[in-house]
Design a protein. Structure first.
Length: 244
């Protein structure tokens, strides 16, 4: 049985992953933005899930959640929480998972939700990115950044399995009811990467779609870009990901 944190798990892909992993016997920690949204997690909590609450657009909330989870090791984190548009794009899609990666007691596996939109992202945008959310952020850029962070994990955290997943354009609240991809397939890959002992699931630095490894945008594996991204995030947050 694995102990797994799934962010953004009140609904959609995160909720589906939490339900599946709990049903398989894993110890899940679910997350909601506020107490009102957390109420929908009661069925999971009644079956033993722990619940953490915090708005990932607020750094203090992210830091508090990291502190609440304490020193008890996690086996995996599925960084599922995300927003499509508006001022919270960079804080939620990039800063929050970066901080949790840096602060949580070293999970063995890290799964970051990416998107096919990352192909439209720009490495050059890193220089002028507004991490604080004073202006609307670019979703495509945010997904490029988080995909590059996942790809860098084998250097940042040797021995930790880190991967990015494109769940497809699925009919969630974010994707909309007309989204063409399969919702069921949309959450299976991140579950597989979080717990499976399959040889492929134990590889690191991948970009996955429906359990198939794909080539991301070339800059994702550009070590210079990865380093500049990590330096920018460390400078912005005052917190650096360490190997230990």
């Amino acid at each position: 049985m694995s102990r797994i944190l799934i962010t953004g798990s009140a609904e959609g892909l995160g909720r589906a992953a939490a339900e599946t992993l709990q049903a398989e016997g894993h110890d899940v920690i679910v997350h909601a933005r506020n107490r009102s949204r957390a109420a929908v997690l009661d069925p999971l909590a009644e079956r033993g899930a722990a619940v953490v609450i915090g708005d990932f657009a607020e750094r203090d909330d992210v830091l508090r959640i990291a502190e609440e989870l304490g020193d008890e090791p996690l086996d995996a984190v599925i960084h599922n929480a995300g927003v499509w548009s508006g001022r919270a794009v960079m804080p939620v899609n990039v800063i929050a998972p970066y901080l949790l990666t840096a602060l949580l007691t070293r999970p063995k596996r890290l799964v970051y939700l990416s998107s096919g939109s990352h192909y439209s992202g720009s490495a050059a945008a890193l220089k002028d990115t507004d991490w604080r959310g004073r202006t609307a952020g670019s979703y495509s850029d945010s997904k490029l950044f988080i995909t590059a962070l996942a790809a860098a994990m084998d250097r940042l955290r040797p021995g930790v399995v880190g991967n990015a997943v494109d769940p497809g354009w699925v009919p969630t609240r974010m994707g909309g009811p007309g989204a063409p991809d399969d919702l069921e397939q949309g959450h299976r890959t991140q579950e597989w990467l979080a717990v499976s002992d399959d040889a492929e699931a134990l590889t690191t630095g991948g970009y996955w779609y429906h359990k198939a490894r794909r080539d991301p945008l070339e800059s994702v594996h550009d070590q210079d870009f990865q380093d500049r991204l990590i330096e920018a995030l460390a400078a912005e947050t005052g917190i650096r990901i360490t190997a230990a």
